[in-house]
Design a protein around this ligand. Structure first.
Ligand code: 13P
Length: 336
């Protein structure tokens, strides 16, 4: 893909009223999600579940792309049609998670650094052949006592920049995801400071590595109170803090920002995105790239009767896509 094509893909990923569904759970994470609803974690169940999501009628109206996992990008529907073909025919851009997970950062107990750079050039080439047009790499920043260290932030943003440069070399749009975790009892101001420092470091590293921002998408975490903080910031404060933090750190030339849901309830994830867009116009489209907040209701229903609830679960995922698509326009209204 040329630079111009990468720019076009990045823009299509954040087209008005559209966002991304993240179904790139690693083997360990999907097992956790299936265990929670009593579904045996077999390859066939993972395939059937992802088929339910990807073939939901009308999904493409609000979904521009889907992030897949290594196993999923190689799978097909029950009828034998590769998922990537089903997606492209529907107008949904295939993406792929390419990091190898967050591992303990040596010398910094409690902190993580994402691995996966070794051999990445070859893996990206293969994913391009399999039909991927964008890739995702998730870095994890933990807030705690004396955490995060600047070493942790810089190690992670350096890896993100190397990954992003390799993506563009291969003709893939990098989605760079520095997730500041919600875990902990810290207040929203602490989350703001950590997110600001992380994004500053990230855009510095992307610059140092000659990454073309016009062909890059940021996947950001919202600025929120820690999950266990006794004082929870309200909707408006989350929206205003997140926008202020992004405006202070993210260059306007970036084609778009999408958010992760990070453990927020479905309604909070939608309401926060909507509130941010109501504060616009902003320098970039703000949309979603939700995993749990797109899937959890559908997974729950599907798990109770995989065959019988197939269509009903598809309807739920499309409803979540519609609500989040409206929130990306600032037009969502809470059901009465
Ligand atoms: P959540 O929306 O469940 O946080 O997942 C998004 C994602 O892809 C995290 O990497």
């Amino acid at each position: 893909m040329s630079i111009d094509q990468m720019e076009a893909v990045a823009q299509a990923m954040v087209a008005p009223g559209k966002g991304i569904i993240a179904i790139d759970e690693s083997s360990g994470t999907i097992k956790k999600r299936f265990d929670a609803v009593g579904v045996p974690d077999s390859e066939e169940n993972r395939r059937a579940y992802r088929e339910m999501l990807l073939t939901a009628p009308g999904l493409a109206q609000h979904i521009s792309g889907a992030i897949l996992y290594d196993e999923t990008i190689r799978q097909s529907s029950k009828a034998g049609v590769p998922f990537t073909k089903i997606m492209k025919d529907a107008g949904i851009i295939p993406g792929i998670k390419v990091d190898m997970g967050a591992k303990p950062l040596a010398g910094f107990p409690g902190e993580l650094v994402t691995e996966g750079l070794d051999g990445l050039r070859g893996r990206l080439e293969e994913y391009v052949k399999l039909g991927a047009e964008f890739a995702k790499w998730r870095a994890v920043i933990t807030i705690g006592e004396d955490m995060p260290s600047s070493t942790c932030i810089d190690a992670n943003t350096h890896a993100l920049a190397r990954y992003a440069a390799l993506c563009q070399e291969a003709g893939l749009v990098p989605m760079v995801e520095p997730e500041v975790l919600m875990d902990g009892d810290h207040d929203i101001e602490t989350c703001f400071e950590v997110t600001e420092a992380t994004l500053r470091s990230l855009f510095g590293a992307l610059y140092e590595h000659n990454v073309m921002l016009e062909g890059t998408i940021l996947k950001a975490s919202m600025v929120v109170s820690g999950k266990d903080c006794p004082e929870q910031a309200d909707l408006e404060e989350v929206a205003e803090s997140t926008i202020l933090c992004l405006k202070s750190t993210v260059p306007a030339v970036l084609p778009g920002i999408v958010f992760l849901s990070g453990g927020q309830s479905d309604e909070d994830a939608t309401a926060h995105l909507n509130a941010m867009n109501r504060l616009g116009p902003h320098p970039w489209p703000l949309s979603f790239s939700y995993g749990r907040a797109m899937q959890q209701a559908a997974l729950h229903l599907w798990s109770k009767d995989m065959a019988g609830n197939f269509g009903a679960a598809q309807k739920i995922v499309v409803e979540r896509a519609r609500d989040n698509g409206l929130a990306a326009l600032g037009q969502w209204k809470k059901a009465a």
